[in-house]
Design a protein. Sequence first.
Length: 271
Amino acid sequence: MSIKKLSIVIPAYNEARTIHHILNKVDAVQLIGNIEKEVIVVNDCSTDATAQVLRDYALAHPNMGLQLFDHEVNQGKGAALHTGIKKATGDVLVIQDADLEYDPNEFNVLLKPILDDFADVVYGSRFMGGKPHRILFFWHSIGNQFLTFLSNMLTNLNLTDMETCYKMFRTNMIQTLELKEKRFGFEPEITARISRIKGIRIYEVGISYYGRTFEEGKKIGWKDGFRAIYCILKYNPQRLMRYVLMLLGAVGLGMFLYVAVGLGVVWMKSL
């Protein structure tokens, strides 16, 4: 596939301390095939100096072509992504968090399966490959694995990291989807929706992960985990119903066998 432009969508909320670092990294990346970069930052009504830092950065880097959009009310990461996706004009689109957990130098790793015309969607997995991976929270890793397992069960995919930030799509494909989740439910929703596209080619590549602690600014919490479970169930209704019917069938069969065996025992005793 010929790719002329990559749209990099960055949702930002209270990232005044780190946003310039990630923009420096994005600006410094040399994309394979001389692909042009379109950088779209959506400030989700930050309460710190994020908006001013972004304006100052854009003035100091006029050749970067930085596009800034502001939400007047805080709506959530998913809503910021919806805005960025609508504004994208590149052939391919990638999601980049505003913190320093993901390395923009790995854009080329995600691009390669699409450039080689093997993939329409590429997920960057934190749990495969030999890249650096900061050791942090045990229960977060268990939670990630459970959410990925539940998502895979209902989408019939075999992803290793459904919740990863690094997702790359053909732009014309993702712009046709009617996305609804405004917060961290974006990840299970987009995964469910693309899994239903006929003939979709989804790949995973290993990436590095420089995770943050809550003291360093990490925002996702246990409530978001429950919301993710709800979204996995909500956006996979057909396969969910199939599993419910299978479960009910198994329970019904068990009850039938229990009653049949009981009646058989009674009959044998009456002989």
